[in-house]
Design a binder for this molecule. Sequence first.
Ligand SMILES: Cc1cc2nc3c(=O)[nH]c(=O)nc-3n(C[C@H](O)[C@H](O)[C@H](O)COP(=O)(O)OP(=O)(O)OC[C@H]3O[C@@H](n4cnc5c(N)ncnc54)[C@H](O)[C@@H]3O)c2cc1C
Length: 457
Amino acid sequence: MSELATENNPLLVAIVGSGPSGFYACEALLKSDLAVKVTMLERLPSPYGLVRSGVAPDHPKLKQAIQVYAKIAEDENFRLLANVTVGKDISVAELLDTHHFVIFANGAESDRKLGIPGEDLPGSHTATEFVGWYNGHPDYRETTFDLSHHTAVIIGQGNVAADVARILSKSVDELRHTDIAEHALDVLSESKIKEIHVVGRRGPAQVKFTPKELREFENLELCQTIIDPAELILNPESGAELEDKSNSGQRKIYQQLSKLADIQGPSKARSCQFTFLKSPSKLLGSERLERIEFERNALSGEALSQSARGTGDTFELNAGLLFRSIGYRGVAMPGLPFDNNKGLIPNIEGRIVENGEHLTGLYVTGWIKRGPTGIIGTNRADSVATVQSLMEDLKTLDAEIDKSGADGVCNLLLSRNVRYVSFEEWKKIDQSEIDRGQPKEKPREKFTYIREMLELI
Ligand SMILES: Cc1cc2nc3c(=O)[nH]c(=O)nc-3n(C[C@H](O)[C@H](O)[C@H](O)COP(=O)(O)OP(=O)(O)OC[C@H]3O[C@@H](n4cnc5c(N)ncnc54)[C@H](O)[C@@H]3O)c2cc1C
């Protein structure tokens, strides 16, 4: 056999997950000087991970990353096998049998829990469910949200919490021409929510929004933004934090919060209030969520490492809906080690490790490697670093080992009656979604059931 990673004996790499980190890993591999063939496996019939099913429908520019990924997918050395769940339809060991290397880019698909009484009452949801529902993710197609209540509460102060608050705040006309799922638009059009509270456990100097996301709350058609100026008064340590040179980003966020607090205007049908230094301690209700008990917090510790502690001072708020948006967690993959505390696959520089030892051939990138941090672009550098580790390890691989690559995987899937979806077939689904959107002046009307997508092809 010829040398590995040459035209006659290309390096065969399987990538699990078709979100940003998977595609950036693919790009780094295909751009290298070596002969590489990539098999990308994705559990849904549709690719692109959270760019399709997480990024808010009213942020279409951010979804343009998809065009970059679609171009990568046109490379002759790329093969998509979508509608295939790794760990169920095919095992990690089988991927390693058929490929020289496997990169896991399967994201962080579960949520952190609050761990308080009443958390599972009807009316208490994760942001993931709501985001997946309005973005047409098939997992959440049958999830229902009762928007007949007066008050909704969002726990968490990062950009996902801001997305949820914005979707609840906006009028249907503000959303109508986005790619929001039709079933969500129908339910939102009947929404009776008048008050939205976005609650953070720490203070206004520690929130995780970006100024751009906050600016969008300056001028919403139906909804006025409320921030009590008294809540923006900082303790000395938080003041010092904002003065710190290393913390200029946080200073800008605080300035944007102050700007929102200053906005005066006529009252509107809805309000969205940002409030700080409070944690939910109990969710209360007989059959479903009716009230939330909050505890007021105080910050303690030195500037830049303050934490929020409960003061024992509690109060209740009537609310029929709650969304928790306090962070994402990875899901354990059968056949791979998992760090249960951090919710990710343990790794050193992208090499999957168990008891400190690298598991030969196995790599990880993106949210399942480093946790749910950063923006879409952050995943590029992360994936380049993982591919670099993989390339370094290439020297130790035995070029004589014969692997069957994507064809081997397809044979296994066919023998199990798994209907995999190719990129060409996805393009057909994609075009059909675009066509369905046109009469409604939407960029697309997504298919929200897997069976609808499979019927089409
Ligand atoms: C609600 C929300 C909104 C966001 N908005 C923005 C934004 O506006 N701007 C921005 O820059 N960033 C945004 N982000 C962050 C951005 O989406 C992430 O940085 C990025 O998607 C992480 O990429 P990833 O490839 O690691 O994971 P993902 O995008 O989650 O991709 C993982 C893929 O793996 C697949 N998969 C999972 N398990 C398996 C399996 N067993 N077998 C096969 N496939 C599997 C999943 O279906 C998915 O397609 C947002 C994130 C969220 C949650």
